[in-house]
Design a protein around this ligand. Sequence first.
Ligand SMILES: N[C@@H](CCC(=O)N[C@@H](CS)C(=O)NCC(=O)O)C(=O)O
Length: 203
Amino acid sequence: MTITITAFERSPDGGKGLARDTRVRWALEEVGQPYEVRLVSFHAINEPAHLALHPFGQIPTYEEGDLALFETGSIVFHIAERHAGLLPDDADARARAITWMFAALNTVEPAILELARLPLVEDRVRDRLKQLSARLGSADWLDGGFSAGDLMMVSVLLRLKSSGILDGYPNLAAYVARGEARPAYKRAFDAQLAVYTGEPPTG
Ligand SMILES: N[C@@H](CCC(=O)N[C@@H](CS)C(=O)NCC(=O)O)C(=O)O
């Protein structure tokens, strides 16, 4: 029975093997099963014909006669069950191999995917800082005298201090420093720190 999988005709990784059809191809190669590939566009994955195979409009899919599968975990598991070479015969060892499949998909892959999203998140933060920096200009505070607006904005920006991102926006770095220099901020900071040091606040 012919096995047909789907893959992107233009993968965003430009052929680095990161698209998930690669793991299905790999499993099929390991067990020596020939297969065909139907290349699909980003548009086609949301068309009814593809959605009938994959309800979430993704690749890869796997077709073998009347059987249609999606999700690489289930596809690789199916291949491994039907052909020798990917799952041990011993029942316990088999269960452990399956455990590692779940670990890869449920525990390790989500964390790695977050890392891949990091550059996008950083771009978004820099956009916001650029806008805020333009708005603050050479003023001390956002709208005349110090207000609750500055209290909140400085509190939020403080989270970026250790990242070094603020260094690219000198007026924002100075704005945060002005906030931190306020006696009331120092008192608040010392009071929360005292919870950990056991020392009474100095202010
Ligand atoms: N959990 C799915 C994830 C499939 C997936 O995210 N596929 C990507 C390509 S590697 C895709 O089709 N992305 C397009 C989209 O989600 O719109 C699996 O393991 O098969």
